[in-house]
Design a protein. Structure first.
Length: 244
């Protein structure tokens, strides 16, 4: 445990977009890790030949669908970790969450956002992309971006874990947005570690979602000024949650 807690300190700065960076003086925190105990499955190779511009961007590279990304010791990246429940007194978000289309892939693959927060989709490729939000909670949208440099902004109005983002032009392009109505969420790093700060003291339900292995749930007690430790362990036998 000490080794991955040290890893947490070293890598937490590279965790993808977090909606709000609160003061740790506001409450307690949860530090943890998401692990996969089974050998990771091979991710499928992406064939980009149907679009010459995508094929050119991928020339000489082995591009895979990075659905399961693990560290050498089983840390599982790209898990959306969040508290369940309602937090009406939590501060409102001020930042913008960005998903870029780079070399015909969505980057980052998994992000979180708060209800009403602005999410922007950028096209950094010299080709047509179609940003399609496939929602089960009335967060649907579908917008074409034919030119490099185009930006589309949307505010999602409803909680949803997770909103699936597709591209109708390039079927391999996939991203996911966790939409919750509070700031207590994050995405696990490449080592599988995560931190959520400034949590109100008390007993909370914390969940980890992964696109391949679905959702795990635990209870955790948070006290002011202290860090609770949680570990989510996937065995590899879990099934993904249904999605559009």
């Amino acid at each position: 445990m000490m080794r991955w807690l040290l890893s947490l300190t070293l890598v937490c700065a590279v965790v993808p977009v977090v909606a709000w960076q609160p003061s740790t003086a506001a409450g307690g925190s949860i530090q943890g890790r998401v692990r996969l105990t089974a050998p990771p499955p091979g991710n499928p190779i992406i064939r980009m030949g149907m679009d010459p511009r995508c094929a050119e961007a991928a020339r000489g590279k082995r591009i895979v669908q990075d659905a399961v990304v693990t560290s050498d010791d089983g840390g599982l990246a790209n898990a959306f970790v969040y508290l369940a429940g309602s937090f009406p007194d939590a501060p409102r978000p001020a930042g913008v969450v960005t998903i870029d289309q780079q070399r015909c892939m969505y980057r980052p693959r998994v992000v979180g956002a708060r209800v009403g927060q602005t999410i922007e989709f950028r096209n950094s490729d010299p080709t047509l992309h179609d940003v399609h939000g496939l929602s089960k909670a009335s967060n649907d949208f579908n917008i074409g971006q034919p030119l490099k440099g185009m930006v589309y902004k949307v505010e999602l109005k409803h909680e949803e874990v997770m909103l699936h983002i597709a591209c109708d032009v390039h079927r391999w392009m996939t991203a996911f947005v966790g939409v919750v109505d509070h700031p207590y969420f994050t995405v696990s790093s490449g080592a599988g570690v995560f931190t959520i700060d400034a949590i109100p003291p008390g007993r909370h339900t914390i969940r980890a979602w992964h696109e391949r292995y679905g959702t795990l749930t635990q209870s955790v007690d948070v006290t002011a000024g202290n860090a609770a430790v949680v570990e989510f362990i996937y065995t590899g036998s879990e099934k993904p949650d249904p999605q559009r």
